[in-house]
Every structure is written in structure tokens, then in C-alpha cells.
Design a binder for this molecule. Structure first.
Ligand code: MD3
Ligand code: FE
Length: 203
């Protein structure tokens, strides 16, 4: 584990190739049950370039009318979310938090998708870490401190990498500046999948 900042732990190659393939197979099954949807920004309704779905008892969704929130059902099909893949739970276990995750947000980036700098603060359980798993094409990831506009650092995240965001870094600003299409052979199509496991309610 590499400590990028206080509370920000990075483990390149946490999943080997065979495990990454098995995790992608589990995710394909989940996406059949809970199709990718396109979130929209609160108020403006502008579409995210990233498509998403979720696993777990709660899923993160966003639309113009109701904004960012967690809910137990898919916003389009109204079905409960599928279970969190067993292999993804290994990333959460690496964080050593006393209670299980409630949500696994699945982000799918195509070659042009980005995610602007933001904080993850829709969870009540801010004492729990967020565990992030990267699969597929590499990306340029940027993170800063807990206030907007401060200095930032960039790292390249690759397929199989794990990042644990906790402690003093739990509310750091972060985002995805760009993808490096064609840098991984894991997925049939170009693109990147990111999983974030989260505890939403107090343990
Ligand atoms: C690494 N997702 O869904 S993973 C999100 O890659 C989200 O899709 C990003 O931000 C993605 O909310 C990032 C989580 C993460 C958060 C903070 C970090 C990874 C980090 C700070 C430094 C390095
Ligand atoms: Fe985030």
C-alpha cells in the first residue's frame, strides 16, 4: 500500500488479471439485471458523460428534480439493485471497516467520458472509507484537498488498482480528467469501469 496523502491508500495491481476477468463477468451479470443509466445534474438536468448502475442495498442516483441521493431501487426499472459482487467485497475488506458496504456504484467511462472535481459527501457515514476499483483502460485521476481551488496532484490509475479513501482524505476533491483509450485488453470495447464501495448509513 502506498499512502498518497493522509488516509489515502493506493495499491497498484490489487486484482491480478484472472481476478479482473472474473470480476468483469460478475459485473456483466449485474448490468443485465440493472442496466446502465445516464444520471443528470441537479436543477440543470445536464447529462453526465459517465453512465452508471449500482449493486447493493442502496444505489447512488441523480436527476434534475431530486438531485443526488441513495435509493433502494433502479431509477428506470424500479427493481432492487443486484447483490455486490463477491470479488468486489475483497476491496472493502482491505479497508478494515467494522461494518459492510451498502452501495457499490458502477461507473462506465467511454473514451470521451470525464468526471469533474467533486467531493463524495452524500453518505451519512463519513467515518467509513470509500473503496475504489479500476478496470479496463487507464485514466488520469486528479485529487486535491478538502477545499475547492487548492493544489491538486495527478496519478494514472490502471486496471486492477485499488484506492482506499478515508480519514483526513475522505472529503478530498477528486475527478477523472481523461481516459487513455486502448491501454487495456480487459474489456471487449474501449472504456473504463470504476467501482466504488460505500457505507451510506451510520454503522
Ligand atoms: C483516488 N469515481 O463515483 S473513484 C465517484 O474513477 C468517483 O470513477 C471516480 O469519484 C472514478 O464518485 C473516482 C474514488 C476515488 C476518490 C478519491 C480519490 C479515488 C481517488 C482520491 C485520490 C486518488
Ligand atoms: Fe467521487
Amino acid at each position: 500500500m502506498i499512502e498518497l496523502a493522509p488516509g489515502l491508500l493506493y495499491q497498484p495491481g490489487f486484482y491480478d488479471r484472472a481476478q479482473q476477468e472474473a470480476l468483469v463477468a460478475e459485473l456483466r451479470a449485474a448490468v443485465r439485471q440493472a442496466p446502465l443509466f445516464t444520471p443528470r445534474m441537479p436543477r440543470t438536468g445536464k447529462e453526465f458523460s459517465v453512465r452508471m448502475t449500482n449493486c447493493g442495498e442502496l444505489g447512488w442516483v441523480s436527476d434534475a428534480a431530486r438531485g443526488y441521493r441513495y435509493q433502494p431501487r433502479h431509477p428506470v426499472t424500479d427493481a432492487p439493485w443486484p447483490a455486490i459482487p463477491a470479488l468486489a467485497l475483497r476491496a472493502w475488506e482491505a479497508g478494515g471497516f467494522r461494518a459492510p458496504p451498502q452501495a457499490c456504484l458502477v461507473n462506465f467511462y467511454d473514451a470521451k467520458a470525464r468526471m469533474g472535481l467533486h467531493q463524495d459527501r452524500d453518505e451519512q457515514a463519513l467515518d467509513a472509507p470509500v473503496a475504489s476499483i479500476s478496470l479496463g483502460d487507464s485514466c488520469l485521476f486528479r485529487f486535491g484537498g478538502s477545499t475547492r481551488g487548492g493544489p491538486t496532484k495527478s496519478i494514472r490509475l490502471e486496471s486492477g488498482d485499488l484506492v482506499l479513501i478515508g480519514g483526513a482524505s475522505r472529503l478530498c476533491f477528486h475527478g477523472v480528467d481523461k481516459l487513455y483509450p486502448g491501454t487495456s485488453t480487459l474489456l471487449a470495447e474501449a472504456g473504463r469501469i470504476n467501482l466504488t464501495l460505500r457505507r451510506v448509513e451510520p454503522a
